[in-house]
Design a protein around this ligand. Sequence first.
Ligand code: CTP
Length: 399
Amino acid sequence: MINLSNKKILLIICGGISAYKSLEIIRILKKSNVQVKTILTKSAKEFVTPLSISSLSHEKVYDDIFSVENESEMDHISLSRWADLILVAPITANTISKLSTGSSDDLASTVILASDKEIYLAPAMNVRMWEHPSTKENIDKLKNFGYKIIGPEIGDMACGEFGKGKMTEPNEIIKQIEIYFNNRKKNKKYKAIVTAGPTREYIDPVRFITNKSSGKQGYEIAKSFRDNGFETTLISGQTNLDPISGLNFIKVDTAKEMFEQTINNLPADVAVFTAAVADYKIINYENKKIKKKENLNLSLEKNIDILANISKHNSLRPKLTIGFAAETNNLVKNSLKKLEEKNCDWIVANDVSDNSIGFDSNENQISIFYKDKKNENLKKMSKSLVASELVNRVIENLN
Ligand code: CTP
């Protein structure tokens, strides 16, 4: 029995022959006590009628972003906030292309662009269209945005051809959505801590030493924990990124503060240390602004190692302790050394000498070194996708 009771799903139907299957999706969802609101694109109306949809969903069907009636009842932002999840089934090559460029020229694309919810896409099209390099590129972009793609399947098509492009069957689509909600529920019992961004080590009240870390990878990992149902704490150094809602967001300056906040928020089931903690701090901090002189010698001493401290802690060590290793050379050797010396379960390593995957970029290419199994090399992908790959592995490990 499908356990989706009381969930709110926004179903977007695009124009394709498999749009008729979306009626079956609504029927199954309604039987499982799901509240279903529906958006029809202009071309979807050529395949299914608003009347048949509203008869099944017992809800109004939305289709026009410029409809005064719709907007006064529920505007496009409220519609995207209302949903627990957005499902686009079927999604056509055209809408895939629109979403990949962030275009928002109709209600469906506007709602998706404005959404902060989980988005599932079930493509359906002719095999040549699916295999076209532009569709492939667009799908890769959507995956990197964090959208989940279901199917398509191989089979006979309405156009008479055979190949990959058939929309996944309604039951299977709903099963995947159910897995998502079940995982969220299951993960609610887990607590995750993520450290992110650079630390600042002060020389005097207005000057400090820091590094190039943007915090992007750590923020994406924290978001992914949150989206998967974890009770999440993000302890962040000073970054230019916006705070993240829906989790415990703590901003710190120095390594000492980051360490204290991490300790205060333990115990946790998993901790991921992505922060680029400054290795050194100033020995003689000046309380007053240092005046200009001919020479200034700064004496530095080793900073506290947050990860090593916590992973060696007798009582507070999280079950799964994951460190990061930013390397410019000897990646394998240095990562294995950190894995052992810092008593980690996993080390996630990346080469920061390559600017396209380095500190401030939106992409990353990681290798994961495990204490108890063979290491894995992942291909280059967006930091958001790296985050969900990592969090999926954490979920598998904890369960
Ligand atoms: N780390 C930490 N506290 C520190 C230094 C590092 O918690 N004072 C953590 C980082 O968050 C990361 C891991 O340790 O998870 C490795 O950090 P990295 O900067 O790659 O290594 P270092 O230990 O600083 O060693 P080195 O700079 O020599 O590579």
